[in-house]
Design a protein around this ligand. Structure first.
Ligand code: HEM
Length: 445
């Protein structure tokens, strides 16, 4: 049997191929590829890459054939920041770390961390003033960074690190994305202003992480936070994570766990301004469950509509909108040959808006996650947290955090569209809104 031919995407430029379209209008570009089939070849500079447009093929790469792919050279652009932590390690090293870290993310642990989440949400919203207009993305980033950092490092020794991250995170993300997508990795090593700026941030950040770890090591009683858990983690032979491994996990968790959850919350508030009926149902639920007080973990099981709004926002605007892998050998992917060394690229944004998987995918409809309809959604469609052995380790953490934050905020506040602000979508390391200025309106005194 001959292998089915893989369509080539039209419109590639000489030398650059489709790289500019991928950089300049990524969502439109991916959407345009759908009509060329479930698998489409594009050119990024001199290299071919394969774009997967079907949930089955994406699952094939992430789950069934995961051993035949790794994250490839692209991750090298983030190596100075992430080291060999969970996001950027491969093979046995990744498996060992994942097994050791998993207990720190169990539901019972998240229930404990939720107290820190609640404190941070209350502190942040306590500074809100009626009538104030806020940059919602920046506000949510500040919140989620505080939550992730305090959950990780509950002691005050982490304060300098949190302050530094608050200050440099937005820029760090921009610079990181440029490094990850550069068609010429050698550019990341040249003394360009952007590389110098990136190095300067890391030069401040890394010693701060080391200082926190040294401080934790100097205390006899183990601390009961995420970092404390990582320091006690053991593999089956009783080996523990080294200081360098712990360092890399701290950097990875701060990077992976902040902007994604912030983007989700920011998109929720944007979507609520466009759907007053959904906002009214959300308010009715939080009023009934919370009666004006901040949400806590025990409330989560009754905040069902709140959770549906979050699930639907994650489908509609998935923050992890693009994932990539490299074939480490020739791979037969559902009859298509992916040659050794080739990149595959897929977008959860495309899968989550696939009309074969979701009825009326362009409609923001939290009811599709309700008890009556959730069974209609095929399992392979749920890719907003990835899938397989590299699925997001923080998925429950993120959902609990977003649920508590949304419920607490919606109980006290409406976020109303500010006149004149024009929202932009940025599809870089994460899909996130820019220029989302909303005015805070107090719901109760
Ligand atoms: C709405 C929020 C979040 C989204 C949409 C999200 C999405 C994802 C996705 C899609 C992956 C898989 C990447 C791949 O396969 O290449 C991933 C991995 C990861 N995420 Fe999340 N994430 C979120 C929040 C978090 C949080 C809160 C944490 C930690 C507190 C976290 C930590 C990680 C880590 C460490 C990995 C690497 C896992 C591995 O390779 O074993 N994420 N995330």
């Amino acid at each position: 049997m001959t292998a089915p031919t893989i369509a080539a995407a039209p419109g590639g430029l000489p030398v650059l191929g489709h790289a500019l379209r991928l950089l300049n209008e990524p969502l439109e570009f991916f959407e345009s590829l759908r009509e060329h089939g479930d698998i489409v070849r594009i050119k990024l500079g001199p290299q071919s890459a394969y774009v997967l447009n079907s949930a089955e093929l994406v699952r094939g790469v992430l789950v069934a054939r995961h051993r035949q792919f790794n994250k490839g050279a692209a991750i090298e652009g983030g190596r100075d920041l992430l080291g060999y932590g969970l996001i950027s390690s491969e093979g046995d090293m990744h498996r060992r770390q994942r097994l050791m870290m998993q207990p720190a993310f169990h539901r019972e642990r998240i229930a404990e961390y939720s107290e820190i989440m609640r404190e941070q949400i209350v502190e942040r919203t306590g500074a809100w003033r009626n009538g104030q207009t806020v940059d919602v993305r920046a506000e949510m980033s500040a919140l989620t960074l505080a939550v992730t950092a305090k959950t990780l490092i509950s002691s005050d020794v982490g304060n300098d690190l949190v302050e530094e991250m608050q200050h440099s995170m937005p820029r760090l993300f921009e610079l990181l994305y440029q490094r990850l997508v550069t068609p010429l990795p050698a550019l990341n090593k040249l003394p360009l202003p952007r590389n110098r700026e990136y190095s300067a941030i890391l030069t401040r950040l890394h010693p701060m992480i080391d200082k926190v770890i040294a401080d934790y090591r100097s205390v006899d009683t183990p601390r009961n936070d995420l970092l404390g858990m990582l320091m006690q983690a053991q593999d089956e032979s009783g080996n523990m994570l080294s200081d360098q491994e712990i360092h890399d996990q701290v950097a990875s968790i701060l990077v992976a766990g902040t902007e994604t959850t912030a983007a989700t919350l920011a998109f929720v508030f944007h979507l609520l301004t466009e759907h007053p009926d959904i906002e009214a149902r959300l308010h009715a639920e939080v009023d009934e469950v919370l009666g004006g007080r901040p949400a806590e973990y025990a409330d989560a099981s009754r905040l069902t509509y709140t959770a549906q709004v979050i699930s639907e926002a994650l489908r509609y605007y998935p923050p992890a909108w693009i994932l990539t892998r490299v074939a480490i050998e020739d791979v037969d992917l559902d009859g298509h040959l992916i040659p050794k060394g080739a990149s595959v690229i897929f977008s959860p944004y495309i899968v989550l808006r696939d009309p074969r998987l979701f009825q009326d995918p362009g409609k923001f409809d939290p009811d599709r996650w309700g008890r009556e309809r959730i069974a209609e959604i095929p399992r392979e469609a749920m890719v907003h947290f990835g899938a397989g052995p590299r699925k997001c380790i923080g998925d429950v953490f993120a959902v609990v955090e977003a649920t508590l934050a949304l419920a607490t905020m919606a109980a006290g506040w409406r976020l109303v569209a500010a006149p004149g602000a024009v929202l932009e979508m940025v599809a870089a390391t994460t899909l996130t809104p820019r220029n989302l200025f909303l005015t805070l309106e107090k719901r109760r005194s």
